[in-house]
Design a binder for this molecule. Structure first.
Ligand SMILES: Nc1ncnc2c1ncn2[C@@H]1O[C@H](COP(=O)(O)OP(=O)(O)OP(=O)(O)O)[C@@H](O)[C@H]1O
Ligand SMILES: [Mg+2]
Length: 321
């Protein structure tokens, strides 16, 4: 029995990039500014928010592709540091948004999927390597005849399957899926999402599943976290978040989603956000959302609200809701 409840425990994670803003001046760009969440083994946490709110940076920082500037990340109860990341890297993989640029077009499918096996010395003979690659291809629904073909010969959906097979090659227990279906045709998106779910059932992997679109993550997520300007503003079970959203920003995200039912659509008064997202180089004081929030008060400008539990683990960071 494992001696941890959560596979992934993130506490107050920070990623501040030093950005040149003048000849001698560097200003910290607060891409991720105090993010905390936990994920149980075999579960999926959806992470949503507008472009630029810091979703990819969260994923990359967890995998130490960026050295975090603050906070802690515990994986299976062990704090991940620059010292042990080498050993843990095999357990944590990332699947990228753009299946066109993330795979080398001049490599065969067999070599793309086999590369991580080479890097981690995970086979005994050429035949063994080939067998493992074919098994991975079967897992993600690719035909064995495709092994000798080149990545550029495939459609977006198939390329994403190749990317996933490659991530799975080292038997990771945690996969950061960074908008893996955003670049695909809508007709293909559901197939690829279903594949992620089937893989989770078969292999028991844990996902951090990043997307713009709440509908996409709702389907696959056990819990969903909503991000705005480097912070999580609301986090709850997926159904609870959709049925009882509390944070004004989550409400605006949900009202931007198309509702197929016309009666519901009428009841669902659209909340259009005014103004632009502030620059993360020049964050508003207090609550980062207050400049676009119709409920904002003086308190919101003074002090940033932290996440508080509104019952059953539904956490919201808002003074007024
Ligand atoms: N290496 C970097 N150096 C400096 N700033 C960066 C770096 N990477 C990201 N940023 C900035 O950090 C902020 C968050 O970027 P990030 O890519 O994490 O957002 P995102 O939510 O993934 O957006 P998208 O939905 O467009 O993928 C942005 O303001 C971005 O410009
Ligand atoms: Mg991104």
């Amino acid at each position: 029995m494992a001696d941890y409840e959560y596979l992934v425990e993130v506490n107050d994670l920070q990623m501040h990039f030093p950005v040149k803003t003048g000849f001698f001046k560097k200003t910290p760009l607060k891409a991720v500014d105090g993010v905390s969440f936990n994920i149980k083994p075999g579960e999926t946490l959806g992470l949503v928010g507008e472009s630029g709110c810091g979703k990819t940076t969260v994923g990359r920082t967890l995998l130490h592709l960026y050295e975090p500037t603050g906070g802690t990340f515990k994986f299976k109860g062990e704090e991940v540091t620059s010292k042990n990341i080498g050993r843990l890297r095999k357990e944590m993989q990332m699947v990228f948004q753009d299946p066109y640029s993330s795979l080398n077009p001049r490599m065969t499918v067999e070599d793309i999927i086999g590369e991580p096996l080479d890097v981690h010395h995970l086979y005994e003979s050429k035949e063994d390597r080939r067998e493992q690659v074919l098994h991975l291809m079967e897992l993600v629904g690719l035909n064995a005849e495709h092994a000798t073909r080149y990545a550029h010969e495939f459609s977006g959906g198939q390329r994403q399957r190749i990317g996933i097979a490659r991530a799975l090659a080292v038997h990771p227990s945690f996969i950061v899926c960074d908008e893996p279906v955003s670049a695909l045709d809508v007709s293909i998106q559901a197939q690829v999402i279903n594949m992620f779910e089937e893989l989770q059932e078969k292999l028991g992997v844990t996902y951090l599943f990043i997307a713009h679109d709440l509908l996409v993550v709702h389907h696959i997520s056990d819990r969903i976290a909503v991000m705005y300007l480097g912070r999580i503003v609301e986090i709850a079970d997926a159904d609870e978040l959709n049925e009882n959203p509390i944070h004004p920003y989550t409400l605006s995200l949900l009202s931007a989603v198309c509702v197929p039912d016309p009666i519901k659509a009428k009841a669902n008064k659209r909340i259009i956000l005014e103004g632009d997202v502030p620059s993360p180089l020049n964050m508003p004081s207090g609550c980062p959302f207050r400049t676009r929030c119709r409920y904002a008060t003086e308190q919101c400008a003074q002090e940033a609200p932290s996440l508080t539990d509104r019952g059953n683990g539904h956490m919201v960071a808002c003074w007024n809701k």
